[in-house]
Ligand binder design. Structure first.
Ligand code: NAD
Length: 276
């Protein structure tokens, strides 16, 4: 299986399909990430707040895979926003991962009520300048939250990781990201387990001999998003990875896109007005 890559606005390449570890128990993380690496994933998505960076790092160390073949993302938690606190949090993430650089470091949420995300971005720019984060980006930013950051930025974020799945397509955010050269990365790509229930999508799955989950992951790839599905089960990790031997036609992409429920499809928090 060859995973396609996307070239980011800073010239680095990211595997378009990765493996997420949100809600993966820290005690099980090493085993689960080892399974994902065995399946073939080379792009891992964690965060300080997940509490499992140590397990991710242990699996990487144990794997013996060349560091240059891996793409590792982690994220700055809200309460660590600021300048020195962000720099310190980044050092701690690197130490927990046992790495001397990450491929991508994200501001996890705008957490706009704190009034510190622009300052935090400047700290991420400092980190990027040292090479210890090859790329920097944001997560859960809407256009209205992203604009003030862009106004102050010397480095345009390379990605914006946002909730995105067939039932909840943030089309305005995606258009804004694209307009600014920012790649959209889909979190909750399988609707956090609430897969699409639609006869048209079932028919596409039957046509290719694939599951609905595989069709959904393929749809993310075909619309140009980075996608990071999660599973604790090795057979599902393999299922979710086996999506590079087929592609949807534009009409089939449209069938999946047609299930969009707008705001009613949202699973996670709305970053606008969030107070965490
Ligand atoms: P997801 O959409 O990847 O759904 C995962 C769930 O879907 C699994 O727990 C399982 O119940 C089900 N599933 C997985 N494979 C399946 C299959 N083949 N068939 C049927 N069901 C299947 O949800 P997620 O874990 O929330 O999102 C993926 C990743 O995105 C996370 O692990 C994390 O890395 C990232 N994320 C980021 C944020 C953020 O704020 N930036 C928020 C949530 C998640």
């Amino acid at each position: 299986m060859t995973v396609p890559t996307i070239v980011l606005n800073d010239g680095t390449s990211i595997p378009q399909l990765g493996f997420g570890v949100f809600k993966v128990d820290p005690d099980e993380t090493q085993r689960i990430v080892s399974d994902a690496l065995e399946v073939g994933y080379r792009h891992l998505d964690t965060a300080m707040i997940y509490g499992n960076e140590t397990g991710v790092g242990a699996a990487i160390a144990e794997s013996g895979i060349d560091r240059g073949e891996l793409f590792v993302t982690t994220k700055l938690w809200n309460s660590d926003q600021g300048t020195q606190s962000a720099l310190d949090a980044f050092d701690l993430s690197l130490a927990k991962l046992g790495l001397d650089y990450v491929d991508l470091y994200l501001i996890h949420w705008p957490s706009a009520h704190r009034g510190t995300y622009v300052e935090s971005w400047k700290a991420l720019e400092q980190i990027a300048a040292t090479g210890r984060a090859r790329s920097i980006g944001v997560s859960n930013f809407t256009p209205e939250l992203l604009q003030p950051l862009l106004d102050a930025a010397d480095v345009v974020p390379s990605v914006n990781q946002i909730e995105y799945h067939p039932y909840f397509q943030q089309l305005a955010s995606k258009a804004f990201n694209t307009e600014h050269g920012i790649v959209t990365e889909s979190w909750g790509p399988l609707g956090q387990g609430d897969l699409v229930d639609d006869a048209g999508v079932d028919a596409i799955a039957a046509k290719y001999g694939k599951t609905v989950a595989q069709v959904i992951i393929r749809w993310h790839l075909d619309i140009g998003n980075i996608v990071i599905p999660k599973s604790n089960r090795k057979e599902r990790m393999a299922e979710n990875f086996a999506v590079t031997d087929f592609a949807l036609t534009p009409d089939e992409v449209a069938v999946v896109s047609a299930v969009n429920r707008g705001e009613a499809g949202r699973k996670g928090s709305n970053p606008v007005g969030a107070t965490f």
